[in-house]
Write a protein that binds this ligand. Structure first.
Ligand SMILES: [Zn+2]
Ligand SMILES: [Zn+2]
Length: 98
């Protein structure tokens, strides 16, 4: 499977190749923040097959959580692109392919 996507303004583009490890809709508090209130729909792809083809996302990791995720988002338009968790094999969860 090959997914291509990017952010709202087109500054950040990515390609994710490999077999999806999980497709889910998550209602947890962190996902609510990420989406602005609604559930977060995501797909987990192997990190080995993921690369940015355009632009460099900004990263953010909360320091007050025991197992924080690292969010990556466009520094220009703010679109959330991926979420990575170190304890999750470094794999990334992407949002909808856009
Ligand atoms: Zn953007
Ligand atoms: Zn969640």
């Amino acid at each position: 499977m090959r997914l291509e996507g990017g952010c709202y303004c087109g500054n950040v583009r990515y390609v994710a190749e490999g077999e999806p490890m999980m497709k889910a809709q998550c209602h947890c508090r962190e996902c609510q923040y990420i989406t602005g209130g609604a559930p977060n729909v995501f797909i987990a792809m192997p990190v080995a097959g993921f690369s940015y083809t355009k632009g460099t996302p900004k990263q953010f990791t909360r320091t007050d959580l025991e197992r924080p995720v690292t969010r990556e988002f466009c520094p220009e338009c703010g679109t959330h692109v991926t979420t990575g968790r170190s304890g999750f094999g470094g794999d990334r969860q992407g949002g909808h392919a856009r």
